[in-house]
Design a protein around this ligand. Structure first.
Ligand code: IPD
Ligand code: CA
Ligand code: CA
Length: 265
């Protein structure tokens, strides 16, 4: 039996997931607004977030919310961090790879997280100390212990093009040592797929708390390690992320950390 709080998150993700799935086929007629260059929001993102918040507030009206679309609301040591549609660009292009990400932080620490892929009906979930699950099955990060045969997920800093040269420096060094990369377009699913061992590791620059809060917990509960490019654990407060099984972490950090430190000087 999942913890009651996790059940609230799972139900909210199912409600929003039904909406995303139903509207996906008529996406061409959905109004789109540009938040910034290469950053779009649809009426679906906003409705999805409203539905998730409504579901949470039904049980916990006193909890605070940090939602991608509505911002911060309320004061509490319980904060729900919500990405109502992670992978908006995929959604707008008709690419069926996107998700909903919901995490609950208590006193600044992520205790519960769910990432739901409505097109595959895959619910990734974790509670701190309780392991990570895909639907009802326990998941673990990959057992690969060498980069040579590893497939990594990543993303280009498409909203912060100024970061492109440091990113490509890191990317080309990593690429020399691995089998291949994937750029799937939904950060929370990249993390969840690392947790499920489908991809061996994931790195990206230019993220927000709602992109990573739930997914980072899911990777850790699946036995993986998650830090930012400086080696700090608090990836929700950072803009970079590296997630991998312990054995791949050391070779990846050796590539990333000196290049990142040099770029920041
Ligand atoms: C984005 C996606 C994308 C990642 C970006 C995120 P959004 O989230 O996760 O894969 O590369 O960094 O901002 O805007 O679709 O919710
Ligand atoms: Ca996102
Ligand atoms: Ca989003």
């Amino acid at each position: 039996m999942a913890h009651p709080i996790l059940n609230i998150a799972i139900n909210a993700a199912h409600i929003a997931g039904d909406l995303l799935r139903q509207e996906f086929h008529q996406v061409a007629s959905i109004p789109v607004t540009q938040k910034a260059r290469h950053d779009y929001v649809t009426e679906i993102d906003k409705t999805s977030e409203r539905q998730i918040v409504r579901e949470i507030k039904r049980f916990h009206p006193d909890h605070a919310i940090l939602g991608e679309e509505s911002g911060a609301e309320g004061e509490s040591d319980h904060v729900w961090i919500i990405d109502p549609l992670d992978g908006t660009s995929n959604y707008l292009h008709g690419i069926p790879h996107f998700c909903i990400s919901i995490a609950l932080q208590i006193k600044g620490r992520t205790e519960f997280g769910v990432v739901y892929d409505p097109m595959r009906d895959e619910m990734f979930s974790a509670s701190r100390g309780g392991g990570a699950h895909l639907n009802n099955t326990r998941i673990r990060v990959s057992k690969r212990n060498s980069l040579d045969t590893a497939i990594l997920a990543t993303a280009f800093p498409f909203r912060q093009r100024g970061m492109m040269s440091v990113y490509t420096g890191i990317f080309s060094e990593i690429f020399k040592k691995i089998e291949d990369v994937r750029r799937m377009g939904a950060a929370a699913l990249d993390l969840s797929w690392v947790a499920a061992g489908r991809m061996d590791a994931y790195f990206e620059i230019g993220l927000k708390p709602w992109d990573v809060a739930a997914g980072a917990l899911i990777v850790r509960e699946a036995g993986g390690v998650v830090t930012d490019f400086d080696g700090n654990d608090r990836v929700e407060d950072s803009h970079s992320i590296l997630a991998a099984p312990f054995k791949l972490m050391t070779p990846l950090r050796k590539i990333i950390e000196p290049r990142w430190a040099k770029a920041k000087r």
